[in-house]
Design a binder for this molecule. Structure first.
Ligand SMILES: Nc1nc2c(c(=O)[nH]1)N[C@H]1C(S)=C(S)[C@@H](COP(=O)(O)OP(=O)(O)OC[C@H]3O[C@@H](n4cnc5c(=O)[nH]c(N)nc54)[C@H](O)[C@@H]3O)O[C@H]1N2
Ligand SMILES: Nc1nc2c(c(=O)[nH]1)N[C@H]1C(S)=C(S)[C@@H](COP(=O)(O)OP(=O)(O)OC[C@H]3O[C@@H](n4cnc5c(=O)[nH]c(N)nc54)[C@H](O)[C@@H]3O)O[C@H]1N2
Ligand code: SF4
Ligand SMILES: [Mo]
Length: 680
């Protein structure tokens, strides 16, 4: 009798705003296909190319399927298999020895390899809390925008994404929707068919910019100047909702005064845009209703990213766009979810104080010898759900830190990434097809459940299971260290989410109003949209949003005349999928997009191997002459594994460890470089 195929409901684990619902076809215990769940409205049965190839990643011949112990020099990637008991026994002993001296010499390092709440910070957080380890400030992606929103709207809240389909004007601001937010693009298309105007604000002529009615190719890090000029025009043409401003905002007279200092002429100079384009955008924004802004993270990876977010987030309150369900702004919806953080992470397990290490400066922090101010030198790292050697800024420093002979490093992974190559122990983790989890989304407002579709491959274990076992080896016997993955799933959201419905259908929508701020009610302290933030002023910062020029502003260096941004390549997800051959074959090679005039000045031809460099390092890649990059701008598409790139480098060789104005976030797109033909 032929074996029946079964369909298992799951969730895409990746750091992507779409958080798709998956259906995995399983035959005889093997996952044979991964598709989008047609019953889930946001997914609508469609996945991106990357995740439709999920089985290729799961059954990849290079999957790590047993614990590995280093047997070569640090960083050499040479390992020998060991048993779980041997690995965990040895790791526990090493961590205990260090903890006896000072537990804060131990640092967990993790991000969003999986966005799952259980395989993310649940059992891991319990263990590190009990141990008293240093805490990680998880800033690498979104904390500048998050803090900007917090001090303006009150949190990561905004429009319901489905209502963009009804907007008349959509500003896609700092985001390449087609590449990184595909299901949003579907809604934008729907709006376009109903007559909406689409405008893309992005230094790069992205795939998304190609398909919008208008593209404003401003220079990186000048978004606040543009937003202030839009306010200027709203004021002088009186495209304002005076009633909304009076009842639901804070600090209008002072913002008005600030904005009046930004006529379009001034912004045009700062942004390097035609004045007329700014005026036209202001007219569209002031007169087309409802107007919606899809703000994303591309514009906040610069010095002034927090302020720029604040400036843009003020716009919908000025025009009263929030009155309509299809008006307002969405950056991240994650603040809407009732996550029971304390139930998952058990902060009460921690005794005594802790120090916070910023993940975005891990290079300099690993190289820090330790002192009174910094605290103890970092002696042990436990990495999971992240590939810092490839993704963190200033990666030659990061790699140097990871190569420290005296650093004890454990990496939980699927593959031998650039980071895993530096480990003393590599522990095999399960993929999303092999474990339980629950998910929120930062691009829509549904909760999703992920059921395991297949048994763990080889000796792989879920992150939570690995930390449970490690806790046992450390001698932790409290009941919270034996709670299983399904029970952790149950405790993640509390009573506002019906877990039985999740078990049955795989997803559940949060019960939220359609137009959350139609009548004000912002989750700020004042309940108003805070143009002026007293909280920031109390910290000695500017209470009003302002334009802060990049640390490395275009034109500020004779040696490095080109501004470089490094947004994602469409077929990779950060550094994930770089080792999946069918996807790498589409991207072919690491590339640098450069405008013909800039290429000609340097005698470069399309396809030349080039050296991109600044004082921090050199990156080798292939020049692609393209007007996707405007003059003065180059685009180093991310994020290759160093060992799969040219000469063992990737684009983060060039980025700096300087932090943003708010949120202590990295400034990946605030980076000046020069380019020359590579020598053989
Ligand atoms: N295919 C794919 N999808 C992804 C990812 C991926 O790596 N690959 N990464 C995921 C992750 S982790 C995240 S955080 C999200 C990010 O998603 P988004 O925040 O939507 O960011 P990107 O799509 O990376 O787009 C960034 C865009 O911002 C532009 N940009 C750069 N600097 C500036 C600037 O100063 N101002 C403005 N206005 N624009 C600027 C870039 O040219 C780029 O087109 O995407 C997620 N989705
Ligand atoms: N130059 C430049 N640098 C950037 C960016 C940029 O735009 N430009 N973007 C930044 C952004 S937005 C982000 S979010 C960061 C992303 O940085 P990271 O969060 O480090 O993302 P990935 O590179 O995808 O690495 C995730 C790793 O987690 C592993 N993983 C996945 N699932 C599991 C699991 O269940 N268990 C375990 N143990 N491991 C798992 C994957 O195999 C993968 O190697 O990079 C940042 N770096
Ligand atoms: S990466 Fe994004 S678009 Fe692709 S399947 Fe996952 S959630 Fe959907
Ligand atoms: Mo991110």
């Amino acid at each position: 009798m032929p074996a029946e195929a079964i369909l298992v409901r799951g969730t895409c684990p990746h750091d992507c705003p779409d958080t798709c619902a998956l259906l995995t076809t399983v035959k005889e215990g093997q996952a044979v296909q991964v598709q989008g769940n047609p019953q889930h409205a946001h997914t609508a049965g469609v996945l991106c190319t990357k995740v439709s190839r999920y089985t290729e990643r799961t059954y990849h011949p290079d999957r790590i399927l047993q614990p590995l112990k280093r047997c070569g020099p640090k960083g050499s990637g040479q390992f020998e298999p060991v048993s779980w008991d041997q690995a965990l026994g040895d790791i526990a002993a090493r961590l205990k020895t260090i903890a006896t001296r000072d537990p804060q010499a131990i640092l967990p390092y993790s991000y969003a390899g999986t966005m799952g709440l259980v395989q993310g910070e649940s059992m891991a957080a319990r263990l590190f809390n009990q141990l008293g380890a240093s805490e990680l400030d998880r800033t690498i992606c979104s904390s500048a925008g998050a803090e900007g929103l917090l001090h303006t709207l009150g949190g990561k809240v905004g429009m319901k994404v489905e209502h963009f389909a009804e907007s008349q004007l959509i500003l896609i601001w700092g985001s390449n929707s087609i590449g990184s937010n595909l299901h949003f693009w579907r809604l934008a298309q729907q709006a376009k068919r109903s007559g909406a105007r689409l405008v893309c604000i992005d230094p790069r002529r992205s795939e998304t910019a190609d398909k919008c009615h208008e593209h404003l190719a401003l220079m990186p890090g000048t978004d606040a100047a543009l937003a202030l000029a839009l306010m200027h025009e709203l004021i002088v043409h009186d495209w304002l909702d005076h009633d909304y401003i009076a009842r639901h905002t804070e600090g209008w007279p002072s913002l008005r005064e600030r904005a009046l200092q930004w006529p379009p002429e001034r912004a045009a100079q700062v942004c390097a845009l035609p004045i007329e384009q700014i005026r036209r955008l202001a007219r569209d924004y002031g007169t087309l209703t409802p107007a919606a802004i899809r703000l994303n993270y591309g514009m906040q990876r610069v010095r002034g990213g927090g302020n720029a977010t604040r400036a843009i987030a003020c716009l919908p309150a000025l025009t009263g766009a929030w009155r309509h369900r299809a008006g307002g702004l969405l950056m991240s919806s994650s603040g809407h979810f009732p996550v029971q953080q304390a139930a998952l992470q058990r902060p009460e397990l921690r005794e005594g104080k802790s120090r916070l290490i910023n993940m975005s400066t891990i290079g300099q922090d690993l190289l820090h010898p330790g002192d009174e101010h910094f605290g103890p030198r970092i002696e042990a790292l436990v990495v999971y759900n992240s590939n810092p050697v490839a993704v963190a800024p200033d990666s030659s420093q990061v790699a140097q830190g990871f190569r420290r002979e005296d650093l004890f490093c454990v990496v939980l992974e699927h593959f031998l990434t650039d980071t895993a190559d530096h480990a003393d122990y590599v522990l095999p983790a399960t993929t999303q097809l092999e474990h339980w989890d629950v998910h929120l989304s930062y691009g829509h407002t549904d909760v999703l459940l992920n059921r395991p579709a297949i048994s763990p491959l080889g000796q792989a274990r879920s992150n939570a299971e690995i930390f449970r076992r490690l806790a046992w080896h450390l001698g932790y016997r409290k009941p919270c260290f034996t709670e299983d993955d399904l029970s952790l799933c149950r405790s993640a959201f509390g009573p506002r989410v019906d877990f039985e419905q999740l078990l049955e259908r795989g997803f559940a929508s949060l019960n939220l109003p359609d137009a959350p701020f139609a009548e004000g009610g912002f989750p700020t302290r004042s309940g108003r949209c805070e143009f002026f933030s007293q909280a920031l002023a109390d910290r000695g910062l500017d209470g009003l949003p302002n334009h802060l020029p990049n640390y490395e502003a275009a034109g500020s260096s004779v040696h490095y005349p080109l501004a470089m941004i490094s947004p994602p390549a469409r077929n990779f997800l950060n550094s994930t999928f770089v080792n999946v051959k069918s996807l790498r074959d589409v991207e072919v090679e690491p590339v640098l997009e450069i405008h013909a005039t800039d290429a000609a000045k340097r005698g470069l031809h399309d396809g030349d191997t080039v050296r991109v460099f600044n004082d921090r390092g050199s990156y080798h890649c292939q020049a692609r002459i393209s007007d996707r990059a405007r003059p003065g701008l180059v685009v180093g598409l991310g994020l290759w594994w160093r060992k799969m790139g040219l000469r063992g480098t990737n684009v983060n060789e060039l980025t700096s460890q300087r932090l943003t104005d708010l949120g202590r976030a990295p400034t990946f797109y605030d980076c000046l470089v020069e380019v020359e033909a590579a020598r053989a």
